[in-house]
Design a protein around this ligand. Structure first.
Ligand code: PLP
Ligand code: ZN
Length: 453
């Protein structure tokens, strides 16, 4: 039987397709249910042939993106779909599942920058997004492709992922918006209420299994084997296409100027690979003429990429990830390792780590200048502080720190810090609430003491 998706399989004429990152020559349709190279098992990447894109000049691309993003015009107001031709051009309008994600604020962290001795410090608040983390950028793309696959008669009936945090929240929200069933696999008893509640609220089928995260991953792979349920985990490289818009968006927000440094917290290494991929595309198409230097920031409790970097990437070092406050980057065997090496090497980048105490202090310090940082952003800020002290990042350098999630998703971390009860952390900036009787004199005395009179 000739299926409705047959025309999409003629990849020979396609200019955007999956290819193997290890160099196998086959092209695969983006609308095939395929996660890794069938020949060698390596990760795939979405490749965009450059020639068709070069038909438009760099200036024309800039004008096009500037004219779209932030407007209400469907779907171009989205930070992701405003760059539609660079993301997944083969999607039909009606299959794009967008809640106008991206286009997040990049703001001048003037006071924190002054205190750290780096006046040109900027924070990119990717957590000011639909589900509170940058994962929305990837999920809008993945769920859109699934919607088109389903519209074209694919056997896919649902999407699934094993995750305890931001990935499942984003998948559940975008699937609900599209009306596609989502199945979320969690390790029972190992996730907080906050991590559980977003997919529950969005109507996902939330399955708490009597195992750990790796055990969930094993089950989800088995359950998705017959291709009726589409796997949305990190090995799926469609998500990278949405995530790569962050770097492009930052440059756009600086009127197409490239910052000197971008610091980003990393776990599975998809996000930093995406950042590099966006910059490479801008470079190839002449929108920019140089790369920023990328800094991958790891939690010391889950630092395989840092350990590998120290060997000059001679070998891939995996670690047993330990508990860390930065739980979204608690990964010992990162999926996008090879892609991330390229990102670091090609940008003369650096990998650095932060202890629990350092990440908590950096987050609390930033909060005292008006932010509300998640622990992962704390990792990035702690690493920035180290590189400044070491003189690697100079005080005159324009530096962007990517804040990957909203602090409100991590209130346990905040409360624990200010109540001075986090393991391995000295709460030097603790600012607990003061409990007083309802007595004006007692209140005045307390305020005067605080103000130092
Ligand atoms: C997923 C995530 C990261 C890390 O991204 P990777 O692609 O896994 O390296 C960092 N911060 C937050 C908040 C995340 O959810
Ligand atoms: Zn291959």
């Amino acid at each position: 039987m000739l299926s409705a998706i047959e025309p999409e399989r003629h990849t020979a004429h396609q200019t955007v397709y999956f290819r193997c990152i290890a160099g196998c020559s086959a092209k695969h349709s983006l609308f095939d249910v395929i996660y890794t190279c069938p020949s060698c098992g390596s990760l795939l990447e979405v490749h965009h042939d450059r020639e068709p894109l070069k038909k438009r000049s760099a200036t024309a691309w800039k004008q096009l993106f500037d004219s779209r993003i932030g407007t209400t015009k469907w779907p171009y107001g989205s930070g992701v779909w405003g760059m539609r031709e660079w993301v997944i051009p083969a999607l039909a309008d009606e299959n794009i599942v967008s809640m106008f994600e991206g286009n997040t604020n990049l703001f001048w962290a003037e006071r924190l920058g002054q205190q750290l001795g780096i006046p040109d410090l900027w924070l990119k608040l990717c957590g000011n997004s639909h589900t509170g983390s940058f994962k929305d950028l990837g999920m809008t793309v993945l769920v859109s492709v699934v919607k088109q696959m389903m519209a074209q008669g694919s056997s896919v009936k649902a999407v699934a992922c094993a995750s305890t945090g931001d990935t499942s929240a984003a998948l559940a929200a975008y699937a609900a918006y599209a009306g596609i069933p989502a199945v979320i696999f969690l390790p029972a008893g190992k996730v907080s209420t906050a991590q559980l509640i977003q997919p529950v609220a969005n109507g996902a089928h939330v399955l708490a299994l009597d195992t750990d995260f790796d055990g969930c991953m094993k089950i989800v792979k088995e359950v998705t084997q017959d291709n009726s349920i589409y796997l949305a985990n990190s090995m799926n490289s469609l998500r990278i296409e949405g995530q790569k818009t962050v770097g492009i968006e930052i440059v756009k927000q600086f009127d197409w100027q490239v910052p000197d440094w971008i610091v980003i917290p990393v776990g599975n290494l998809g996000n930093i690979s995406a950042l590099y991929k966006g910059f490479q595309l801008m470079l190839d198409l002449g929108l920019i003429s140089r790369m920023p230097r990328l800094v991958a920031a790891q939690a010391a409790k889950a630092n395989p990429f840092y350990e590998s970097f120290k060997t000059g990437f001679k070998e891939k070092i995996n670690v047993r990830a330990q508990d860390t406050l930065a739980n979204a980057i608690r990964i010992g065997n990162p999926v996008s390792y090879e892609k991330a090496i390229k990102a670091i090497v090609a940008t003369d980048g650096i990998v650095e780590q932060a202890t629990e105490n350092e990440l908590a202090a950096a987050a609390a310090h930033a909060d005292l200048t008006g932010m509300f940082t998640c622990p992962h952003t704390g990792v990035a800020l702690a690493v920035l502080t180290k590189l400044l002290k070491r003189g690697v990042i100079k005080s005159s350098d324009r530096t962007v720190v990517i804040s990957t999630a909203h602090g409100l998703k991590f209130t346990d971390f905040k409360v624990g810090y200010h109540e001075s009860r986090l393991a391995d952390v000295t709460s030097q900036y603790a600012n607990p609430a003061v409990y007083l009787p309802a007595n004006a004199d007692a209140v005045k005395a307390e305020i005067e003491q605080r103000l130092g009179h």
